[in-house]
Design a protein around this ligand. Structure first.
Ligand code: DGT
Ligand code: CA
Ligand code: CA
Ligand code: ZN
Length: 600
């Protein structure tokens, strides 16, 4: 079945190819549609299949023309117009534009001038010094391309959590519906809510492995079989690889623990077990205190190769004390169960042993969203519509923080100081009589030196100032550090928005020292954002952990540009959990009065 992510990718590609041909306006419309498609809460292909095409037209930004293309793609697997564009410009545009500094227009020029089609072509031409000779390019561009090409190759392999997780949920729902399946769960990076996913690992407990494997291979949503065997199958769904492993119910807990990882967590846990006369593997926890050489057949890092697998029982030594449940596996070592988000070998096993695991943030703790947009800048909806959506979510407070004009913000899109004051009035009017505390806010731009460029009148008039870096995102780490510290120290700034400015799979962003930022943030009463947009997830988990340890307050914000993306809170909450965040660490779980006091 066609996933929303796949549809969105086609329209992104469409936009790229049009832009490479210097077509104006249309690419922007296609990108907006792609954003709405990937944020849509239900599989759009279902509307086509059930003949409910009217529902497609109701998606924001999807008019008749785009709607027809969606239907065409779901029904035929192609969009004719897109095929024509591909034939005219036969390049790997998604690969090439992953190189920072290479946009669709650059791809167009480089194809026309040098017939560059792939990353390899690009690298070759740059190494041969051919790119600097093309009109509009120079040695500096060529150097940048060379410096960024490896990163582009690497990220091409990984999917965003925000795209892979909905698909993993579908896989789980499918497996749960099978009679032969007793239990199932995702494992691997997706269960740890890592921001990008190599593949989706899924585990099912059954007494009838063959039936489960066969059902998966026959599932409608599967586009291709990669490989399959008696205990596992790998398939491709859209652009995502799904690895299913099937185990007997008695070994479900041990397999789940093993395949959830991370590898580093498992290695440390296994060593912890060995010190206590126990052996852990995917088949169970075994008491081996009476056995001479329990480790035979295992690699030095505790890893096992697939050839170790099998039913000969060589891995099942000593007295088996756990394996049916994951809780039991940890309990066998005298440890409490710990949330998968924590399993990155960042101190969680010691914390578990000492009884100091965090009491993690949960979705239900969140009382509001402090960074959202409207059509006043680049959002899709009116102030009233966004407020209504926040009310519907049951939030207690909510901030509109549209873009101020400034470096890194498209001209005409950001608000001037006068326009901000005008919007403050409009927000107050829209909020009158609404059962929600609406904060007036702005997303200011932290310029290359760390200034935010708002007038005193604006600063006085606003409840919330989110300040985010949108430009100069390739600064050296010491310069970037000074810049962000300056913003944090600015008494007008309440929240430092998406601090690194990274875009997953696109740009690395600023190299930040989260502990240093956290320390300054704690001292100056500035919160650090976890921007929940699945392309950002910034701060990342490890940075959240360092910032909280330094005493900082975190704000988990969606940066929503339309009502449906208020749902991004899901990704933000799990990212904060990867950073060990407890509710008290997170500003937007606090009662209204406390938030008001913090912002003041
Ligand atoms: P990914 O797919 O790259 O986003 O990351 P993971 O963590 O899902 O990695 P994956 O799919 O290769 O393997 C799933 C889990 O299986 C991994 O988190 C831990 C476990 N595992 C796999 N191979 C090894 C290994 O060689 N040694 C150990 N200790 N654990 C392994
Ligand atoms: Ca995986
Ligand atoms: Ca895997
Ligand atoms: Zn924003």
């Amino acid at each position: 079945m066609t996933t929303n992510a796949e549809l969105a990718a086609r329209f992104e590609e469409f936009a790229d190819l049009l832009e490479a041909n210097d077509v104006e306006y249309k690419p922007r419309a296609y990108r907006r549609a792609a954003e709405a498609i990937s944020a849509h809460p239900a599989p759009i292909a279902n509307y086509v299949e059930s003949g409910n095409e009217a529902a497609i037209g109701e998606i924001e930004g999807v008019g008749d023309a785009i709607s027809a293309k969606i239907v065409e793609y779901v029904e035929t697997g192609e969009i004719e117009e897109l095929e024509e564009l591909r034939a005219e410009l036969p390049v790997d545009i998604a690969d090439l534009t992953r190189v920072e500094g290479v946009g669709p227009k650059t791809v167009g020029s480089l194809y026309r001038e040098l017939e560059i089609q792939t990353l390899d072509d690009l690298e070759e031409a740059a190494e041969a010094g051919e790119i600097r000779e093309v009109k509009g390019f120079g040695p500096k561009t060529e150097e940048n391309i060379l410096a960024n090409i490896d990163f582009a190759r690497e990220i091409g392999q990984r999917q965003l959590l925000g795209e892979a997780r909905p698909l993993a949920d579908d896989v789980l729902a499918f497996l749960e519906g099978l009679e032969a399946v007793e239990r199932c769960e995702v494992a691997g990076s997706i269960r740890r809510w890592l921001e990008t996913i190599g593949d989706v690992d899924v585990l099912a407990a059954t007494e009838d492995a063959e039936a489960v494997i066969e059902s998966l291979l026959e599932w409608d949503s599967v586009d291709a079989e990669i490989e399959s065997g008696p205990e596992k199958a790998s398939v491709r769904v859209g652009e995502i690889r799904v690895d299913l492993r099937v185990v007997v119910p008695e070994e479900f807990g041990s397999a789940l623990q093993y395949f959830t990882g991370s590898k580093d967590h498992n290695v440390r846990l296994r060593n912890y077990a060995i010190e206590r006369g126990m052996k852990l593997n995917e088949y169970g926890a075994f008491d081996v205190s009476e056995i001479d050489d329990p480790d035979s057949g295992e690699g030095t890092d505790g890893s096992r190769t697939s050839s170790d697998r099998g039913s000969d029982g060589s891995q099942r030594v000593g007295e088996r004390v756990a394996g049916e449940t994951e809780e039991g596996m940890y309990e066998a070592l005298g440890l409490p169960w710990m949330a998968p988000e924590l399993r990155e070998d960042r101190g969680e096993i010691d914390a578990a042993a000492n009884g100091t695991l965090p009491d993690l943030l949960e979705r239900a703790d969140v009382r509001g969203d402090l960074h959202t947009h409207t059509e006043w800048s680049d959002g899709n909806n009116t102030i009233e519509e966004m407020i209504a959506a926040a009310v519907e979510r049951g939030y207690e407070y909510y901030a509109i923080a549209d873009h101020a004009e400034g470096p890194g913000v498209v001209a005409d899109m950001g608000l001037s100081n006068d326009e901000i004051l005008e919007q403050v009035e409009a927000i107050r009017d829209a909020a009158a009589g609404v059962d929600l505390e609406v904060f007036t806010g702005i997303e200011a731009n932290v310029d290359a030196e760390g200034d935010i460029g708002l007038s005193d009148a604006v600063i006085d008039a606003l409840d919330v100032i989110v300040a985010s870096p949108h430009s100069a995102l390739d600064q050296d780490s010491d310069v970037a550090g000074e810049r962000l510290l300056r913003a944090i120290e600015n008494p007008a700034v309440d929240i430092l928005g998406h601090p690194s400015g990274r875009l997953l799979n696109q740009r690395e962003g600023l190299a930040i020292d989260a502990a240093a930022l956290g320390e300054a943030a704690a001292e100056h009463g500035t919160a650090l954002e976890v921007n929940a947009n699945p392309r950002r997830l910034d701060l990342r988990g490890s940075a959240v952990q360092a910032a909280i340890e330094a005493g900082a307050v975190i704000a988990v914000n969606t940066d929503a540009h339309r009502p449906s993306t208020l749902e991004y809170m899901r990704w933000g909450v799990h990212t904060a959990r990867r950073g060990w965040a407890e509710p008290a660490d997170v500003l937007n779980t606090w009662p209204l009065e406390d938030v008001r006091a913090f912002l003041h």
